[in-house]
Write a protein that binds this ligand. Structure first.
Ligand code: NAP
Length: 275
């Protein structure tokens, strides 16, 4: 459906800001549907050059106005602190604009772009390898067709689910910031493996494969976590001995506090952006 676009015209997706997230999304989209053309603009010519190397065939626009004028859907992918001049530059547009800016609410974007159809997305860093977990919400002017198109485009980079905007702060606490929390677990697990005598390269591979394998097993066999725990816990065995330590700790409460503190900070940033 992505390549259908406007009647008889190939689909073109634009990027305002062509940094890390934009390059990851553009490469996934272009790789997932060769019928989609990509256009980008960045104030940094070096960044735009890197983007075009990463996304073969991507066109360079002369400015952000050209991006919105020539694209069916435009990702707004600058840092939140750099967005004000961009919004002024494209203020008259009626394009479908998909903001990936953390903490900038739809109401603020709709006020700055009074004719645009807006969608807000909370992506995450695994988009860099096509394994994104994202959620998105539509503004008051985004139609069902717009949201369907955004869902299909984001789907090239991983999973993308439509949720009410009130939940995007919670999504930030779970999947937006989540990769940093999971990386801390992986680091602690790897350190424990090295302390037990396993050489670092082997420890890294074993731990990464254990995290990926566990997630795949839960997903593909549709197991609940407690079912998997029971599956690998023989009475009197090694896993039961290790679990006794883990389960007597306050791990669950630490995780809950980590996520709730992240959500609170996301709300604070949204309130600051709305002022
Ligand atoms: N990275 C993540 O894991 C993650 C997760 C969730 C959401 N996000 C959101 O994704 C957005 C982009 O993040 P990123 O990590 O991809 O940032 P990035 O790598 O810094 O890319 C942003 C690019 O936009 C350029 N830019 C600045 N002003 C511009 C303008 N007026 N017109 C066109 N381009 C302009 C920047 O150039 P200069 O560097 O020269 O200013 C930079 O090359 C942020 O809003 C962030 O909140 C990121």
């Amino acid at each position: 459906m992505c390549s259908a676009g406007r009647e008889n015209a190939p689909m073109r997706i634009g990027f305002i800001g062509t940094g890390n997230m934009a390059s990851a999304l553009a490469a996934s989209v272009a790789g997932g549907d060769p019928g989609i053309g990509i256009t980008g603009f960045d104030v940094s010519p070096e960044q735009l050059k890197r983007f075009r190397t990463r996304v073969p065939g991507a066109a360079a626009a002369a400015d952000n106005r050209e991006v919105v004028a020539t694209s069916n859907l435009v990702f707004l992918a600058v840092k939140p602190q750099a967005v004000k001049p961009v919004l002024e530059e494209i203020s008259g547009t009626d394009a479908l604009i998909v903001s990936i800016l953390a903490g900038v609410r739809l109401a603020a974007l709709e006020a700055a772009l009074p004719r645009a159809r807006l969608v807000r997305v909370m992506p995450n860093a695994p988009a860099l390898v096509g394994a994104m977990a994202a959620a998105y919400s539509g503004g008051t002017r985004a139609g069902d067709d717009d949201l369907e198109l955004v869902g299909a485009v984001l789907g090239h980079a991983g999973i993308a689910m439509r949720l009410p905007e009130e939940l995007l702060d919670a999504v930030t606490g779970v999947s937006g910031s989540g990769p940093a929390f999971v990386a801390r677990f992986i680091e602690a697990f790897t350190d424990a493996a090295i302390a037990a005598g396993i050489p670092r390269p082997a420890a890294v591979q074993l731990v990464l494969a254990t995290f990926c394998g566990t997630a795949r097993l839960l997903e593909e066999k549709q197991l609940a976590p407690e079912e998997l725990v029971a599956m690998v816990s023989s009475p009197g065995g090694t896993t039961v001995a290790g679990r006794a330590v883990l389960e007597s700790s306050d791990l669950a409460s630490v995780i809950r506090q980590t996520v709730s503190t992240t959500i609170a900070r996301s709300r604070e940033l949204g309130d600051e952006g709305a002022r």
